[in-house]
Design a protein around this ligand. Sequence first.
Ligand SMILES: [Zn+2]
Ligand SMILES: [Zn+2]
Length: 238
Amino acid sequence: MIRALVDGVVAALVAPVCALCQQVLDHPLGGAVCPACWARVVRFSPPVCTHCGDALAGRSDGHTCRVCSVHLGPIHAARALGPFDGALVDLVHACKYGRRPTVADGLGRCLRDVVRVWQQPLDVAVPVPLHPARERERGFNQAERIARALDLPVVHALSRTRHTPPQAAASAAARHANVRDAFAPTREATAVRGRVVVLVDDVLTTGATLAAAAQALMPAAPARLVALTAARAELARR
Ligand SMILES: [Zn+2]
Ligand SMILES: [Zn+2]
């Protein structure tokens, strides 16, 4: 009996907890976040802006925002799972700062639903790369993990040529200046020629990073560029 008790105590002590709510995970092999926390994710529901994917608010024409709050450059359309709020903030932070790559995998699996209802079939996914120094420090690229979980062929068509300062506190103009010429096509970029390419990242805020990545991919002649992120942030809210 004592042995069973000690066993229980040890099990409770080493049992991994959910990265969000800190409750002991019933199925630790299922990832770092419990099903209840995944269920807290608020998703965009239709109608969303056909250009930027945001929830349609007062000034919309029924299809677009009229004036979208993002500048997407050569990207035809962007979609996100939901607003960068509540559980999605916690999930993105757990992934990036808590170094939980399985959370990025989970976000990618959620995004399959968005891929499935896209008006046009998507051919390949291109993750927005991190600078190699940052990827070494983090141990993985969250955009790459999200892209891998989409069930689309993944092409590493871009590299990050400059170590850009963190974007979090920058204004929209500063963000666009920050990432200008920060990306270059890789040898693999030939694989996107004539294909419908979805650029994948964790969060869309001003569109600066995605637009710069898209610009770098244009010489590879994709048929169409679209973008997919786990979350959609408002600059003013951050
Ligand atoms: Zn939880
Ligand atoms: Zn819009």
